[in-house]
Design a protein around this ligand. Structure first.
Ligand SMILES: Cc1cc2nc3c(=O)[nH]c(=O)nc-3n(C[C@H](O)[C@H](O)[C@H](O)COP(=O)(O)O)c2cc1C
Length: 215
């Protein structure tokens, strides 16, 4: 089957790799997430820390992939340019959603919550841990702004490289981290005949309420 139109029309996957039931799942969704992330690592899922981040600006949603870099206690850290589209969206509307898809395990996790900027210390620590080329790249790219040619970007990169020659590259003010705080999780496990398992956790009145949704 070489035709991509035919492929997307006809391709049917069977989901038989696992199940998710109330007896086995953790009471704390963050612990459950850690368990699944570890299993994704053991299953050698490529790019397992790549997550879709959905934000809203002027009532219009947009999404993109970013890397999860740190997590603790229902908080998830990611990094980028504060003047980018996502940066402006988060500034205007802190509500956001994350989505992980780990096809090798036939699993998806949706997490809803709110985002704010990470502390300058956290951003500095992460920035300082990056390879020098990425640090220079952060200065050179006005992420999500219009540029006329690729050349313009390369020139900027050259300029910044020269500027920081023989000295450490400091974090620009316009670049840093965000921390996403989860208030809702949905764990999805593919099952036979599209009768998938979906178990959700909703943080209400200081406790995680847990329930199952129809697939
Ligand atoms: C696998 C992958 C990982 C990425 N990781 C990041 C990241 O950690 N931070 C980031 O700002 N952009 C990352 N990007 C680029 C974003 O998807 C996006 O193009 C960029 O952040 C600009 O998005 P925006 O205009 O919506 O702000 C990644 C893209 C891919 C495909």
């Amino acid at each position: 089957m070489n035709d991509h139109h035919e492929y997307i029309d006809k391709k049917r996957s069977e989901f038989l790799k696992g199940s998710l039931n109330e007896m086995d799942i953790e009471a704390d969704p963050f612990v459950q997430f850690e368990t699944w992330l570890k299993q994704a690592l053991d299953a050698e899922v490529p790019e397992l820390q790549a997550m879709q981040l959905c934000t809203v600006y002027d009532n219009k949603p947009s999404s993109r992939i970013v890397y999860l870099r740190k997590m603790a206690n229902n908080k998830f850290w990611f990094y980028g340019n504060y003047n980018s589209k996502k940066g402006k969206s988060i500034e205007q509307n802190p509500n956001a959603c994350l989505n992980f898809f780990w096809p090798e395990l036939q699993r998806q996790v949706r997490i809803e919550g709110t985002v704010k900027k990470a502390t300058p210390d956290n951003s500095d620590n992460y920035f300082n841990s990056r390879p020098r080329e990425s640090q220079i790249g952060a200065w050179a790219s006005a992420q999500s702004n219009l540029i006329s040619t690729r050349d313009e970007l390369e020139k900027k990169l050259q300029e910044i490289t020269e500027k920081f020659e023989c000295q450490p590259v400091l974090r620009p003010d316009f670049w840093g981290g965000w921390v996403f705080k989860a208030s809702y999780y949905e764990f999805w496990q593919g099952r036979k005949s599209r009768l998938h398992d979906r178990i959700c956790y909703d943080f209400k009145n200081d406790v995680w309420d847990r329930y199952r949704l129809a697939p």
